[in-house]
Design a protein around this ligand. Structure first.
Ligand SMILES: Nc1ncnc2c1ncn2[C@@H]1O[C@H](COP(=O)(O)OP(=O)(O)O)[C@@H](O)[C@H]1O
Ligand SMILES: [Mg+2]
Length: 244
């Protein structure tokens, strides 16, 4: 894990974003930044609007106020396929792989807009994800939960995004698989990708993150270096717990 580096380039900037599902806004005036090569964790209680925030950045739901910038270019309310071209990739919590296709076919589909270099990119990702390398011929549906999450990440990396949004990547995984997954997330960040991860496991995600944002009732509550938040009394009492 690397120390927060305020000098690293901002690859994703969310400024005062308000969004929801047609009724009253679910997230309101939310601002975050994600930096190159860093892990930014969004934590907060269930229902705080963490997934909604990712969906609003990824073009899945409409932003009704505020702005989103990817690599300093405005990306607010662009269609998901345009956002991919702007080098933003999004790994939703569910349905993030095609179960009837093999692992290699899933990766091929992730690289569908690449004119050439698909198999070279798959080779590179196999270096980064040894688990994927071993399973290229297997159906994605036959993978374990942890392997499937790795595949979803690898697929999202096919087009060499500058920013990767991950929604609850470790949900449902045993502690051992969670550790392996976080190691993998750190490896991906070290290749220069800015990662924005939403997690239910507050303690663990702050342990691995560089910067953390606490979201409560759809609003920014506090943010800071992840290691400091991990020791912040308010964060501990509300979201981490003193026991684990
Ligand atoms: N598709 C949807 N339609 C309407 N309301 C939704 C939808 N998805 C989530 N919500 C509501 O938005 C709020 C925040 O949900 P969500 O962003 O999933 O929170 P979190 O990811 O922090 O647990 C919840 O009150 C939830 O009921
Ligand atoms: Mg969620």
């Amino acid at each position: 894990m690397s120390a927060p580096d305020p000098g690293a380039e901002v690859v994703l900037r969310v400024e005062g974003v308000t969004a929801g599902y047609g009724g009253p806004p679910i997230i309101e005036n939310v601002s975050i930044e994600v930096r190159r090569g860093k892990i930014t964790a969004i934590v907060g209680p269930n229902g705080a609007g963490k997934s909604t925030l990712l969906k609003s950045i990824a073009g899945v739901i409409k932003v009704s106020a505020g702005h989103v910038y990817v690599l300093d270019r405005e990306s607010t309310n662009l269609a998901p396929e345009k956002l991919v071209r702007m080098r933003l990739s999004y790994v939703p919590q569910v349905a993030n792989t095609f179960p009837d296709l093999t692992v290699r076919e899933n990766l091929d589909m992730g690289g569908y807009t690449l004119k050439r270099g698909v198999s070279e990119r798959i080779d590179e990702l196999c270096e980064l994800f040894p688990d994927i390398k071993r399973s290229l011929k297997r159906k994605a549906g036959a993978l374990s939960g942890g392997q499937r999450t790795m595949l979803a990440m690898a697929r999202a990396l096919m087009l060499q995004p500058a920013v990767m949004l991950l929604d609850e990547p470790s949900a449902g995984l045993s502690p051992i698989f969670q550790s392996a997954l976080w190691e993998q997330i750190e490896k991906v960040a070290s290749t220069g990708v800015g990662i924005c991860v939403v997690e239910q496991n507050t303690r663990r995600s702050l342990r691995h993150a560089d910067w953390g944002y606490v979201l409560v009732l759809g609003k920014n509550r506090l943010d800071g270096p992840a290691q400091e938040l991990l020791h912040d009394e308010e964060v501990i009492d509300l979201y981490v717990g003193r026991m684990s």
